[in-house]
Design a protein around this ligand. Structure first.
Ligand code: SF4
Ligand code: SF4
Length: 307
């Protein structure tokens, strides 16, 4: 493998999310937060990990025998669970499972390999105003690899977007902004204690980075994952809208993407044998959504639901 390498989960082609036009989204492994509602637990660590795909299990027990860390339990037939505190990510269970019921998430790739896939769709980007989005996990969990991918895309004339939680030192953020055309920045909560409790870290550095990115006067979209009972109180939403309004300057307006909690993650957690702390099958209540959109629009912000 030539050149700089890193770990990705996937490259999604022909995406209409995560930026304008038709895009290729590269999902890097690793995250800097630990959000309780995370829809992609398979992306949290920087290196490959095994997750059970319980529906494929035939209860043969080979994985339990192969595991050197006694990290697999089978509380019911065909329902293997990995005990993360014991698992050493050796991947041996995936090697011995002949049913595809132990799935490795993540693969090592070079920047060049990423570019081969992304560049193939360059005509689509050009005609649709699209490009490549780096997402995750969290791209800044692998900052040098992320920057190298963005630089390689820019060198090939491909527009770049960074989908980030923003929870990284400014030197790291600043380095990748040099090769970024659009930033998609998550704002999860305005209260540092609530943010720490539900996301694993304070929001202080995120809000500081948001202000610094805005001061550079570069294209920025603020994204708000709307999580019931966590960040959808009127008080928090007003504070969020006022914070975004305060970033707007020099006639530049920052658009807001509201990303309502959706229930699909619950099924994924169940298949993976993980507990999910939200009710499965219930999406964000439609009747509350329109009032929340109005709250932002009434403060002269342009809002998109989804994104
Ligand atoms: S996960 Fe695979 S190896 Fe383990 S018991 Fe199920 S089928 Fe057998
Ligand atoms: S990855 Fe290794 S340590 Fe973890 S559950 Fe599988 S065999 Fe056990």
């Amino acid at each position: 493998m030539k050149g700089q390498v890193g770990f990705i989960n996937d490259i999604q082609l022909y995406s209409l999310c995560d930026g304008p036009g038709i895009r290729s989204t590269v999902f890097l492994k690793g995250c800097l937060l630990n959000c309780r509602w995370c829809h992609n637990p398979e992306g949290n660590r920087r290196y490959p990990q095994v997750f059970p795909y319980q529906t494929n299990c035939n209860d043969c027990g080979d994985c339990l025998e192969a595991c050197p860390a006694q990290a697999i339990e089978m509380p019911e037939p065909c329902r293997p669970r990995i005990l993360r505190e014991r698992c050493i990510d050796c991947l041996q269970c995936a090697e011995v499972c002949g049913e595809g019921a132990m799935v490795v998430w993540g693969r090592m790739v070079s920047v060049e390999e990423v570019m081969e896939e992304v560049q193939a769709d360059k005509p689509f980007y050009r005609h649709s105003g699209g490009g490549m989005t780096l997402s995750g996990g969290e791209p800044l969990a692998q900052p040098e690899f992320a920057r190298a991918i963005m630089a390689a895309a820019k060198a090939r004339g491909i527009s770049t977007a960074l989908d980030t939680c923003g929870c990284a030192a400014w030197e790291v953020v600043e380095g990748i902004l040099e090769v970024t055309d659009l930033v998609l920045l998550d704002l999860k909560h305005m209260d540092p204690h609530a943010h720490r409790e539900h996301c694993g870290a304070s929001n202080r550095i995120i809000l500081e980075n948001a202000a610094r990115i805005a001061a550079l006067d570069m294209p920025l979209r603020l994204r708000i994952p709307l999580i019931p009972g966590f960040n959808d109180s009127e008080e928090n939403l007003v504070r969020t809208a006022e914070f975004i309004g305060g970033l707007c300057r020099n006639g530049r307006e920052y658009e807001v993407d509201i990303l309502p909690y959706h229930p699909y993650a619950g099924a994924k957690y169940r298949i993976f044998g993980l507990d999910y702390p939200f009710p499965e099958g219930e999406g964000y209540p439609e009747d509350r959504l329109s009032g929340i959109v109005d709250l932002f629009v009434s403060r002269d912000l342009t809002v998109t639901v989804g994104g």
